[in-house]
Design a protein around this ligand. Structure first.
Ligand code: R5P
Length: 283
């Protein structure tokens, strides 16, 4: 078995390679003077099972990843597994308004051209799974989150919206506490009303849990509401830490700790998805 990875997923790729006792294969990726990317595999892959790791969160990552998949495919591997820890462009997973592109369909179909199997971590919406007929696994991350928070005396796990309630409830069941969600109501195009559940927050330890922190607006709104109620500690945990608009800095100054996984590597990547990924290959 061989692993190839985009540079931005290199740390996670190394953890996976160590756990699977396999090698990371070299490849060359350079930019032509006009900015286009050239990709060349330097390791024979014929007949091998190959895992290609990369996120689809930036335009540059997307083209690099597709070129790498093509280069691997051209080498005739036995099986090509596309592992996309953070499946970017998944938030537009359906048509909201006539005339829109369905980004998650475009992304899935592009990867499906090359891969025999696709594995992603906590997709924004499972509708994305329907855009391919190939095996597509949506890996859920529970154990690393549980292990991190099990001794922190969490009183409530709160999802910042109803869509994430199942994740919060699953974690609360593991931690032996209650789960709630913040009720979001859109009043008009510019105004969203957020309502906390009617429980006591004073002196409670709160775990705010979501699939991702992007601009951080969702988390910041939730934090503001909860800290006004006198919570003792507030932890913010998300599977994917995108941290657009320096949202990590804004969140950090208002709470006790930010915790995310290494699907997107950052200083807050205190949890790893490597073990959960490797478990998929254990017989
Ligand atoms: C919403 O459906 C998601 O679960 C997240 O709450 C949202 O995508 C976070 O985005 P942002 O950090 O930009 O508020």
């Amino acid at each position: 078995m061989k692993i190839l990875s985009l540079p931005s997923s290199q740390e996670l790729a190394l953890k996976i390679a160590n756990r699977m006792d396999c090698k990371i294969a070299d490849y060359k990726s350079v930019r032509f003077p006009d900015g286009e990317i050239y990709t060349k595999i330097d390791t024979p892959l014929e007949g091998e099972m190959v895992i290609v790791i990369g996120n689809t969160n930036t335009d540059s990552n997307i083209i690099s990843y597709l070129l790498l998949l093509d280069a691997v495919k051209e080498e005739n591997p036995k099986e090509l597994i596309a592992f996309i820890p953070y499946f970017g462009y998944a938030r537009q997973h359906k048509l909201y308004n006539k005339g829109e592109a369905i980004a998650s369909k475009v992304m899935t179909k592009s990867i499906d051209n090359f891969a025999d199997k696709i594995i992603a971590v906590e997709l924004h919406d499972e509708q994305t799974l329907n855009y391919t007929n190939k095996p597509f696994i949506n890996l859920k991350i529970k154990k690393p989150v549980f292990n991190f928070f099990k001794d922190k005396g969490i009183d409530y796990v709160i999802s910042p919206d109803d869509g994430g309630y199942q994740r919060a409830n699953d974690m609360a069941n593991l931690l032996g506490c209650n789960a709630y969600y913040i009720d979001k109501k859109r009043i008009d195009a510019d105004t969203v009303e957020m309502k906390l559940p009617e429980v006591e927050f004073k002196n409670k330890n709160i775990l705010l849990l979501d699939d991702m922190i992007s601009t951080g607006h969702t988390m910041l709104n939730a934090i503001n509401l909860i800290s006004n109620k006198g919570a003792k500690k507030i932890y913010c945990c998300a599977i994917h830490g995108i941290f657009a608009e320096n949202s990590d800095k804004l969140i950090k100054e208002k709470i006790d700790e930010i915790v995310v996984t290494d699907t997107i590597q950052s200083e807050y990547s205190k949890l790893s998805v490597a073990d959960e990924f490797v478990k998929l290959f254990e017989k």
